[in-house]
Design a protein around this ligand. Structure first.
Ligand SMILES: [Zn+2]
Length: 315
């Protein structure tokens, strides 16, 4: 049966190949370029139906004015509901009570588990993260909130040490430099990608929440952005090497644009990538129904063959 890894990249949109603004047109990303048959991850490349991957441009504005935000955008990806329209605005970065309540009622983790299938969020979180959630100093972002609401325990330093999860930078280098973080393995990027493939093979649906891409977009530093993307590409290379492309699907998407335009500090209204990697027939089937980020949940459930995935119950 098909397994799906959702590789979520926060704040990544599709824009023109402007080398002064768009790090995707500057960074050396051979793995991504290979998938896209020579193209960079820029607006002109989509739509693309390549040998191993399909690239779509997905609307993240959802008919609501203003710049899309992380909490409402991620909640739309996770539920299939037009969350910005329902709450009357794009909202973020962390879910407010209205978004929390939408995520608690139903989300893609819950649906997969309800169908008797397995799911995981493969990020490991440091002890300080849990402490600050418990004390109320920090709110969950939408993806860990949804996983938690579905009863999936977030993974910890122990999971990281045991090789059951990865830290947000994939390799563990960032974790190793943080004061007071417990010791954890440090991998080469390609090795981290192989581990991600192995971990994802253990679940019907797994997610990885990569938020440094949005952070880099806000920082507006081209060299740092390129370095982040080049490291990501090296992880992707390892992931692809170890992935069963004939059977399993990797879905890379985002909640809103940001990193693709370093000329501005805030989010953009650009479309976001819907990059599907895996069996061609499945990609073609899913591509037909993927127009905006609210279509994502249905695409995942369809790919997993989970019935009743047509419409969200509460819509
Ligand atoms: Zn942001």
């Amino acid at each position: 049966m098909t397994k799906i890894l959702v590789l979520f990249l926060d704040g990544v949109g599709l824009a023109g190949p402007d080398p002064l603004r768009n790090p995707f047109s500057v960074a050396e990303m051979p793995a991504l370029r290979g998938l896209l048959e020579g193209h960079s991850l820029v607006a002109d490349a989509a739509p693309l139906d390549a040998q191993e991957a399909t690239l779509l441009a997905l609307d993240a504005n959802l008919g609501v004015p203003g710049a899309p935000q992380s909490a409402s955008g991620q909640a739309a990806l996770l539920t299939g509901i037009n969350v910005p329209a329902r709450i009357g605005e794009h909202y973020g970065p962390k879910p407010n009570p209205a978004i929390q309540s939408i995520l608690e009622q139903d989300n893609v983790f819950m649906r997969v588990l309800r169908a008797g299938r397995t799911a995981a969020l493969l990020n490991a979180y440091p002890p300080g993260y849990f402490a600050s959630i418990t004390s109320g100093r920090r709110l969950y972002s939408a993806i860990p909130f949804a996983a938690n609401a579905a009863g999936l325990p977030l993974m910890t330093a122990e999971d990281l040490q045991a090789g059951r999860a990865l830290s947000v930078d994939f390799t563990g280098e960032g974790w190793a430099t943080q004061k007071g973080f417990p010791p954890a393995p440090v991998y080469r990027p390609a090795q981290a990608g192989e581990i991600l493939a192995r971990l994802a093979a253990g679940y019907d649906m797994s997610w990885f929440d990569f938020w440094p891409s949005d952070y880099a977009g806000h920082k507006q530093n081209m060299a740092q952005a390129c370095s982040l993307l080049e490291r990501f590409d090296a992880v992707l290379a390892g992931l692809l090497d170890a992935w069963n492309l004939q059977q399993d699907l990797i879905a890379i998407t985002s909640d809103h644009g940001n990193l693709e335009d370093l000329s501005r500090r805030n989010h953009t209204r650009n479309p976001v990538p819907g990059l599907l990697i895996g069996p061609r027939e499945l990609r073609e089937e899913l591509a037909r129904c993927l127009v905006d980020i609210t279509d994502f949940t249905r695409a995942i459930l369809d790919a997993l063959g989970i019935e009743g995935s047509g419409e969200p119950e509460s819509e």
